[in-house]
Design a protein around this ligand. Sequence first.
Ligand SMILES: C[S@@+](CC[C@H](N)C(=O)[O-])C[C@H]1O[C@@H](n2cnc3c(N)ncnc32)[C@H](O)[C@@H]1O
Length: 191
Amino acid sequence: MLITALTQSIEYLAGRSRLVYALMGLYYKSIIRQEAHLAGISSKDKILCIGGGPCPYTAILLHKLTGAPVTVIDNNRFCVQKSLGLIKRLNLQDEIKVLCSEGENIDCHGFSVIHLAMQISPKEKVLKRLLGDAQEGAKILVRMPKPVVKGFYCNISCNPFSKGCVAHHLFANIDSTALFVKEGFPFEAAF
Ligand SMILES: C[S@@+](CC[C@H](N)C(=O)[O-])C[C@H]1O[C@@H](n2cnc3c(N)ncnc32)[C@H](O)[C@@H]1O
């Protein structure tokens, strides 16, 4: 998708320039704080971030805010390579692991919090898979686009099982983040 390529290019620059990294922080900080609060994340959680890009800012800040270890995946090898370099430069390699994997194939066992970036595609397929396979009680955070930019992203058609959501600031293309909780029933049949 064009929007994914554009975001990856900006993030690639963020991994190389402190100024762009700081600007990215201005965009993301309040969003990620609200997400951590919505899911009640603590240092006892294990976080999986799906779609880290070349600069996995969400993974980095979720770890810094909560102390929880994070595994971040991306299905683009170039992004994973750049992301690994950045995590190493920040000396966070013991706390944040970066892997190349498809969101729809990842083994999500053992993760108590799972975060889906806005550019994830196919988003509904990935969410259904997670709600089927994740451990009971796992919290899944899903970013939703603002209506004006909805056409640029892969979306989920309905969210009847959302347990809550937070709205984000006016200047973000992310409208809100929805929270899903894995319940102890077969999700596939109910979606
Ligand atoms: C550009 S990033 C945005 C995330 C941002 N860096 C953050 O910290 O929140 C979104 C990434 O999701 C990846 N992606 C999209 N669909 C995916 C999928 N099904 N599985 C794994 N990664 C995916 C893209 O390759 C892209 O690099």
